[in-house]
Design a protein around this ligand. Structure first.
Ligand SMILES: *[C@@H]1O[C@H](CO)[C@@H](O)[C@H](O)[C@H]1NC(C)=O
Ligand SMILES: *[C@@H]1O[C@H](CO)[C@@H](O)[C@H](O)[C@H]1NC(C)=O
Ligand SMILES: *[C@@H]1O[C@H](CO)[C@@H](O)[C@H](O)[C@H]1NC(C)=O
Length: 502
């Protein structure tokens, strides 16, 4: 995501400046999508995306506009949602939709409550307790209540952490601009290319050079035209800039405060510490055929599509071996339900929190696609995909042809994780986010400006859209500081939240 941010900042500044050297665009890691399509990894002849898959919120979303302009295909995947009980049985559709409705209404209420009652909610309260109270007011049977609590766990896939750890006080910071989530069927590739265009043609981009130090002394004053920021990289090269936009992931900032000389301001360091970093991972598993489709040879018939499972949730499985202290609920999206030519007989599993960490650690030292790697991932996934309709253990169609898992938690350039979140204990998350954005004035004072998903407007935190907005914001701030243009602040996305309008 960091590449996006610097690119959107650069694009923005480009429009108003002729001097492109204003923005430093040193890529933080070897996995930059610009250097090679390596963030699209090849999964035996099909391209998958290790990075973002979704566009969160559609209205007024700049990423959605870019998706349209680049003819990318983004949609709400069609098909049936299925839910499997802890015993591995298909849950009756009527019950499933009843509890789904309850959970989704309660999430909306929790957003609203979090927004309106923030002052009065203890920082120690988790979203889970809000749900437990809501459940007490229903006439659900014990079994239904239990299912609701199980289903709530899947909110973790959005947050990148267990729901028990999600702060109620700051739950509204997890809101998106609206309720529509679109899957980018054609992958983010063309969107990213579009955003990167200006930077790729005008900027000097250096890959495979990790930043090892940033020297930014205080400016001598507003009129200090000699002030510069110096960045040293792992190749021993030094670069100097007038202004520096830093888009490193929050997780990287947490681990590398020592890079900055003099040190970052105390309140900024505290906010970097206060906001937590998520653990979302994904696993793609490809089959010779989408065996879970009723008629895999005729995936285009729209009446059939409605009947195909597109999304499966496996609630707290008692049938899958796992560490007793780790919630093992899983969910997967069927990429076979995407429109042609993007449909593929692949399931995309999302893991989060302690389970995500457990899986990543199991494959940490294994070569992707090696026998040992495949075996570890297969033994994790088989209990789940083998419970989808149409599974037949003897059939070659039901034997995966390729598996690929992300390992963001083992990637120090990704900050060993996914994106920011707000866990129980955090006292003033909204102030912390504002602090991460402003850097406690370090931009004006020392020429360092921050961007990235963790510095986004509240509705954009943790998303590509937010990362994009944050780049525009940083670009504007620099322009404003340099007196380069009249900035119309109406154009900037503000911090208003949808739940405040209800
Ligand atoms: C917080 O609680 C107090 C006392 O019960 C109440 O007066 C106040 O309105 C509450 N604040 C909000 C934002 O509801
Ligand atoms: C990040 O990942 C690297 C590489 O796997 C590992 O050596 C390091 O300990 C991790 N750091 C944290 C804070 O998890
Ligand atoms: C970070 O958290 C600490 C205590 O939890 C708090 O005192 C501090 O004000 C927070 N930082 C900001 C900028 O809000």
């Amino acid at each position: 995501m960091r590449d996006w941010v610097s690119n959107s900042a650069a694009r923005f500044v480009r429009r108003r400046l002729t001097a492109i050297w204003l923005i430093c665009m040193i890529s933080m890691g070897p996995q930059s999508p610009l250097s090679s399509p390596s963030s699209c990894l090849e999964l035996k002849c099909l391209i998958v995306y290790r990075g973002p898959n979704w566009i969160h919120g559609v209205s007024g979303n700049p990423i959605m506009s870019i998706a349209q302009a680049t003819k990318s295909v983004a949609l709400d995947p069609e098909g049936k949602m299925i839910m499997l009980s802890p015993e591995g049985h298909l849950i009756d559709e009527e019950i499933a939709s009843k509890i789904r409705e309850f959970v989704s209404e309660s999430v909306a209420e929790a957003f609203q409550y979090s927004n309106q009652q923030k002052e009065n909610i203890s920082a120690k309260t988790s979203v889970l307790s809000f749900f437990q109270e809501k459940l007490d007011d229903t006439d659900f049977s014990d079994a239904e209540e239990q299912l609701c609590l199980e289903l709530l766990q899947f909110e973790g896939a959005g947050i990148g952490e267990s729901i028990e750890r999600q702060s109620l006080k700051f739950f509204s910071l997890e809101e998106h601009p609206d309720q529509d989530d679109y899957f980018v069927a054609s992958t983010y590739q063309r969107i990213l290319e579009h955003i990167a265009e200006a930077a790729k043609s005008h900027a000097d981009i250096r890959f495979k050079e990790a930043v090892v130090s940033v020297h930014a002394a205080e400016r001598g004053g507003n009129q200090d035209h000699t002030h510069q920021v110096t960045v040293k990289t792992s190749t021993g090269t030094s670069y100097t800039f007038d202004e520096l936009v830093i888009t490193c992931p929050l997780g990287w900032l947490k681990q590398n405060p020592g890079v900055f000389h003099p040190p970052l301001p105390g309140p900024l360091l505290q906010s970097i510490h206060n906001v937590s970093y998520g653990r979302l991972e994904k696993i793609y598993v490809k089959f010779p055929q989408a065996f879970w489709h009723i008629n895999p040879n005729n995936p285009d018939a729209s009446s059939v599509i409605q009947e195909q499972p597109v999304f499966a949730q496996f609630l707290s499985p008692t049938y899958a071996e796992h560490p007793v202290d780790i919630v093992w609920s899983q969910e997967c999206l069927s990429l076979a339900s995407l429109p042609a030519p993007h449909a593929q007989p692949t399931l995309l599993f999302y893991t989060w929190g302690p389970c995500g960490t457990e899986i990543v650690n199991r494959i940490a030292d294994l070569m992707p696609h090696s026998r040992a790697y495949n075996e570890v991932l297969l033994s994790f996934l088989r209990p789940f995909f083998s419970r989808l309709p149409g599974y037949n253990p003897g059939s070659p169609e039901c034997t995966p042809s390729s598996i690929l898992a992300t390992k963001w938690q083992l990637d120090p350039y990704a900050g060993n994780g996914s994106y920011c979140n707000f866990q129980v204990g955090i006292e003033e998350a909204d102030r912390d986010i504002k602090m991460l954005r402003s850097g406690d004035g370090i931009g004006q004072k020392r020429g360092i400006w921050f961007a990235g998903e963790h510095t986004a407007p509240f509705v954009g935190l943790g998303t590509t859209t937010g990362a994009y907005w944050s780049g525009e914001r940083a670009g504007r701030e620099i322009c404003e500081w340099l007196g380069l243009s009249q900035v119309d602040s109406n154009e900037l996305r503000d911090d208003s939240l949808p739940s405040a309008r209800q």
